[in-house]
Design a protein around this ligand. Structure first.
Ligand code: SAM
Length: 366
């Protein structure tokens, strides 16, 4: 009897509480759980809605960049003129422009629209082209990701896009980033005088559409480039772009992988987007780059993955995987570069997004 007393007391206490609450505990708990489940489900639905709004907004921005809307916002213009020039029905042009206003990208005064200060650099033909490339590259890749997921065709095989529009957009994006960052090369000891010298040489690993090679040749008129690109679709576009730029004599394209490179002490600078290289090849590839640089030469090694649990970090890891590069963090890459023999290493800020580690092949001892 003594051993059953606590259970009995607990039963009596439970009944008293039930009476006071006018309900049975099991049922009220179930109701509570049910309410919580509904709230959690509504939270997911709200998040999905917000994500779709972002997708639609990105597409509307892309539509504005694909037509003349963005570049025409360089000065205040009436809606009817903007719509006519863009070839859009006026109500659709108005809705897109209102969205730009809501984003803080444009201003509206009566029936007239113009770029807000932050959008002004893009509100001309060159700036709009850069914005168009950014949006095209991102949206076309995300569409391809969905198509491949639906077809059960996702793997770790890496970047193998053959869509010329996507390859060119990614190239334009690379070139825009390279041009924006070019001035920072002056911070790397000895590099700019070498790139300006008569035997200056650049190794462009994963040349893609050769946009980066072309951008470097324009900035450094005596520079010669070797671009490595294993993908035939990209190579064909690169050849055409190099010819159009009149740079056939200065840019040599090779259908070759970096891990197969045999050149020794031949380059002053190597651009290495290592997020396209699998775990299996990254170390041999970096050893080839190290050997291919002249002593004192520099490698610009791009990295994008990190260990964070936040959305941007998780997304960067997903994109990195789709590009074939697995998910090496900046810290792991730094250790690898040091092991291969690069010193010093100049690390970028931490955090998500593409960052560049500047790694030097030490100069020869005097
Ligand atoms: C997206 S592109 C970079 C864009 C390029 N910088 C431009 O200006 O167009 C990266 C390229 O790396 C190439 N790639 C992948 N693995 C490679 C490897 N092991 N060696 C050399 N290139 C590789 C891919 O084919 C892809 O074209």
């Amino acid at each position: 009897m003594a051993s059953r007393l606590p259970a009995l007391l607990s039963y009596i206490a439970g009944r008293v509480v039930d009476r006071m609450a006018g309900t049975r505990p099991v049922r009220s708990l179930a109701r509570l759980r049910g309410r919580r489940a509904v709230q959690q489900r509504e939270q997911v639905e709200r998040s999905v809605q917000a994500l779709l709004e972002s997708v639609w907004t990105a597409n509307a921005l892309a539509a504005a960049a694909e037509t003349t809307l963005i570049e025409d916002l360089g000065q205040a213009r009436p809606l009817t003129l903007l719509a006519a020039r863009a070839g859009l029905p006026t109500p659709i042009a108005e809705a897109v422009l209102d969205l730009l206003v809501a984003l803080g990208f444009a201003r509206r005064s009566g029936d007239s629209f113009e770029a807000a200060p932050g959008l002004r650099p893009f509100a001309n033909s060159e700036g709009a082209a850069a914005l168009r490339a950014t949006l095209r590259a991102g949206l076309l890749q995300s569409r391809d990701f969905l198509d491949r997921a639906k077809a059960g065709d996702l793997d770790l095989g890496g970047w193998r896009h053959a869509d010329p529009e996507l390859i060119e957009a990614q190239g334009a994006l690379s070139a825009a980033i390279a041009e924006a960052e070019m001035e920072k090369l002056a911070l790397l000891p000895g590099l700019v005088p070498r790139l300006e010298s008569s035997n200056a040489a650049l190794l462009d690993v994963g040349a893609g559409a050769a946009a980066l090679s072309v951008a470097f040749c324009r900035r450094f008129p005596r520079l010669r480039v070797v671009g490595l690109e294993p993908a035939p679709a990209s190579l064909a576009i690169a050849r055409q772009k190099i010819a159009e730029a009149g740079l056939t004599a200065r840019i040599e394209l090779r259908r070759q992988r970096i891990e197969d490179l045999r050149d020794r002490a031949a380059f002053d600078l190597a651009v290495v987007p290592q997020m396209f290289l699998s775990d299996a090849v990254v170390e041999p590839a970096l050893r080839r780059v190290h050997g291919a640089l002249r002593p004192g030469g520099w490698a610009l090694v791009a990295t994008m993955s990190g260990p964070g649990a936040d959305r941007a970090s998780a997304l960067a890891r997903l994109q990195n995987l789709l590009w074939g590069g697995h998910v090496r963090s900046g810290a792991e890459l730094r250790a690898l570069l040091a092991r291969v023999g690069f010193a010093p290493l100049i690390m970028p800020r931490s955090g998500p997004g593409v960052r560049t580690i500047c790694a030097r092949r030490p100069p020869a001892p005097r």
